[in-house]
Design a protein around this ligand. Sequence first.
Ligand SMILES: Nc1nc2c(ncn2[C@@H]2O[C@H](COP(=O)(O)OP(=O)(O)OP(=O)(O)O)[C@@H](O)[C@H]2O)c(=O)[nH]1
Ligand SMILES: [Mg+2]
Length: 234
Amino acid sequence: MKKPDVKIVLLGDVNVGKTSLLHRYMERRFQDTVSTVGGAFYLKQWRSYNISIWDTAGREQFHGLGSMYCRGAAAVILTYDVNHLQSLVELEDRFLGLTDTASTNCLFAIVGNKVDLTEEGAAEDQEKEEGCSREAGSSCASAKVSKQVKLEDAVALYKKILKYKMLEEKDMPAAEKMCFETSAKTGYNVDHLFETLFDMVVPMILQKRAEGPPQTVDISNYKQPKQTKSGCCA
Ligand SMILES: Nc1nc2c(ncn2[C@@H]2O[C@H](COP(=O)(O)OP(=O)(O)OP(=O)(O)O)[C@@H](O)[C@H]2O)c(=O)[nH]1
Ligand SMILES: [Mg+2]
């Protein structure tokens, strides 16, 4: 198996659509999912680099594994459901702390998924749908709900995260660039999300390569110190 150059991790509450986003991107379709157990990863070749993308479980019982998956991550995708405000709140309360093990220059993306279920998302779909005129549109959109979480709320969380990490806003990508709204169901914005991050982590790979492998201690030539009769080291 190819060795990943860098790691990206998806975090977020149960049911927000982490697995569906990853399937949509990697397999180009929306399929039935089962709630993730533990974690799983895909390897994506991006230009000449190998990027591992980790899908994690949102379920409480697997929470302890989150910080292990985040270890050394170059980017974390904090995912919420635009129709459930609590899923955004959970990102700050429950998931942000897991990213303490990530790389010190880790990037954060905040992703509101399931926009297709909202009236705004529906309006975009209607324009594409044949036989669903503007007049008839109200009935097409009748099952849609108004979005519970606004993009501004995600932007505010992004800025809070930078503070929590003691990072200067001027040194990090702008919040507007790092907050996305997506639909794993329709594919809306999914490629843009992943590929924006891939392009952003490439310089981190290059920097890591320039620094060379981490310094290690060679213990192969280590000789046991001679013991004196009293048992103390000579
Ligand atoms: N309408 C709609 N449904 C979605 C979307 N993304 C995911 N779903 C549905 O939401 C449910 C949960 O999706 P998952 O991808 O399994 O969610 P998850 O975040 O991986 O959940 P855990 O693995 O339990 O943490 C499934 O029924 C999906 O079909 C979306 O963009 N739009
Ligand atoms: Mg899942």
